[in-house]
Design a protein around this ligand. Sequence first.
Ligand SMILES: *[C@@H]1O[C@H](CO)[C@@H](O)[C@H](O)[C@H]1NC(C)=O
Ligand SMILES: *[C@@H]1O[C@H](CO)[C@@H](O)[C@H](O)[C@H]1NC(C)=O
Ligand SMILES: *[C@@H]1O[C@H](CO)[C@@H](O)[C@H](O)[C@H]1NC(C)=O
Ligand SMILES: *[C@@H]1O[C@H](CO)[C@@H](O)[C@H](O)[C@H]1NC(C)=O
Ligand SMILES: *[C@@H]1O[C@H](CO)[C@@H](O)[C@H](O)[C@H]1NC(C)=O
Ligand SMILES: *[C@@H]1O[C@H](CO)[C@@H](O)[C@H](O)[C@H]1NC(C)=O
Ligand SMILES: *[C@@H]1O[C@H](CO)[C@@H](O)[C@H](O)[C@H]1NC(C)=O
Ligand SMILES: *[C@@H]1O[C@H](CO)[C@@H](O)[C@H](O)[C@H]1NC(C)=O
Length: 443
Amino acid sequence: MCGGACPRRTRRARAEMREVQWAAVAFLLSAFLLTWQAAGQANAPEVPGEAGGWRQGRATFYGGPESFLQNFNDRGPAPEYGFGSAVYGSCGYTQQNFTEGVTYDNVPYPKDMLMAVANVDADYPGSCGRCYEVRCHSGYVFSNGTQIYNTTQGYSLPAHAPNATDDLGRTWLGNPTADQQLQSVRCWDDNASIFVVVTDNCPCIQTDVNTGAVSGVNPPCCGDIYHMDLTYWGFEKLAHPLNGIMSTQFRPVDCTSKQPLNFNPGFVNQTIYGDKVETGWGWFPYKQNTVTFWSQGYGVGGSNATCISLGPEKAGGLTIACRECSQSGYQPFKGASALEFWIRDQNGSSTIPDVQVGLGDYDKKQYCASVKTGSLSPVERQGLYAKFSVPISSFACPFPQEQISQVSFQNSAGQLVSFCLDSIQIVGGSGRVSSSSIGRHRI
Ligand SMILES: *[C@@H]1O[C@H](CO)[C@@H](O)[C@H](O)[C@H]1NC(C)=O
Ligand SMILES: *[C@@H]1O[C@H](CO)[C@@H](O)[C@H](O)[C@H]1NC(C)=O
Ligand SMILES: *[C@@H]1O[C@H](CO)[C@@H](O)[C@H](O)[C@H]1NC(C)=O
Ligand SMILES: *[C@@H]1O[C@H](CO)[C@@H](O)[C@H](O)[C@H]1NC(C)=O
Ligand SMILES: *[C@@H]1O[C@H](CO)[C@@H](O)[C@H](O)[C@H]1NC(C)=O
Ligand SMILES: *[C@@H]1O[C@H](CO)[C@@H](O)[C@H](O)[C@H]1NC(C)=O
Ligand SMILES: *[C@@H]1O[C@H](CO)[C@@H](O)[C@H](O)[C@H]1NC(C)=O
Ligand SMILES: *[C@@H]1O[C@H](CO)[C@@H](O)[C@H](O)[C@H]1NC(C)=O
């Protein structure tokens, strides 16, 4: 089951769930969908969906406190008991130095905000760092567009421990359709919402990261309905974790203003790093000595910067990438004239760090030529910071510019370098220029 644990990365395999036949429900759901779409068109032309951009979805959870998970000790070994963990996500945001184990303290967002989006969801491209507002929707939980989950289909947490309490000591509200073996959820409050940020993904077919062999299946993440995997801590704010799975209403929102954003194509920011890695971008340090997602006070004018120390033994770097973004509607570098960024020495030297800046196609693993900051003249200086504006043509990419979806900053073998980056921007890009947000329009 996935309520508890859509396993991803190297998580253990799971059994495929059996589908249920339920013709009468098929009729009910199509009627529901028609009402939904009509309401969306009438009320929210800027952001399609239900009024205010709300859409129907479904959520499971992964991770959780051992005190709750140990009730299910037949599902897997401690401390995860088969429910997985969200400390490493496919968006790479985990800060670490490779000499110690990581915990939720190494992830730059609160653990109740972390979220994995299904790879087949329509707005999966560029989803790293995207924020959503999510609320629970009481009633049947649909297993595939037309059928309701059978309570024997894997979401049988109550059968193990019907009296298990959540972190706030609350007991489960029960399943009103349990006698029919149909999965329904009773939310704490259908109007209550949480804000979450994409830090991970949920593939339908799970493959081993090392061998590529199929290691499991995540049926809820296979595309029958928009699906997200919340963490235990986010899920329990909406409904008791014993439910395992819930119907949701959700909408993408601006992470700062909380205003609804366009759904499809999903928003990707032309600013790659502002005060944090911006919406659309995953953050992948490699072979670093130390790295921070956001160091307060280290940015231009005392803002936040992302800082990394590299070498001298090994060549490493920091890659910031927009996944599956080479398709139409995304293409953050389409039409762009330059890549701009500010860089400073982390140790306080006024010498400008000499690093290799590279562009590439993240998904196809194709790379352009790299450019060394040492060979360029800064266009501006401010304190320890130097600003560079590098024409995209300098990178001599061997593929069309609109396929560029990553930027990386690396040292050379033998070079010890410690630097901070701020205000990394794509200049003049036409791929995604508007957030289409209701209300405040930014950028
Ligand atoms: C739902 O399941 C039924 C029966 O297995 C199948 O015929 C149908 O194609 C499925 N629908 C979706 C959207 O997966
Ligand atoms: C639920 O699944 C069980 C076991 O597979 C089956 O016996 C039962 O008929 C199913 N219930 C419904 C409502 O489909
Ligand atoms: C759950 O609580 C009810 C009511 O207190 C009790 O009757 C039942 O035995 C408990 N079930 C388990 C599995 O502990
Ligand atoms: C939810 O919000 C709607 C609209 O504001 C309101 O009519 C309804 O009473 C609210 N429900 C609850 C349970 O607060
Ligand atoms: C895009 O990035 C800019 C610069 O950091 C930020 O001010 C803005 O809020 C971001 N826009 C959205 C919609 O996230
Ligand atoms: C990595 O973390 C450990 C434990 O906190 C610390 O002792 C060590 O100094 C760190 N390494 C670096 C290079 O910062
Ligand atoms: C700046 O970084 C700190 C952590 O060092 C973080 O708490 C804060 O939210 C960041 N500010 C912005 C605007 O993202
Ligand atoms: C930065 O300072 C630290 C601590 O003083 C030192 O270990 C490191 O070698 C310095 N790094 C660079 C690139 O100068």
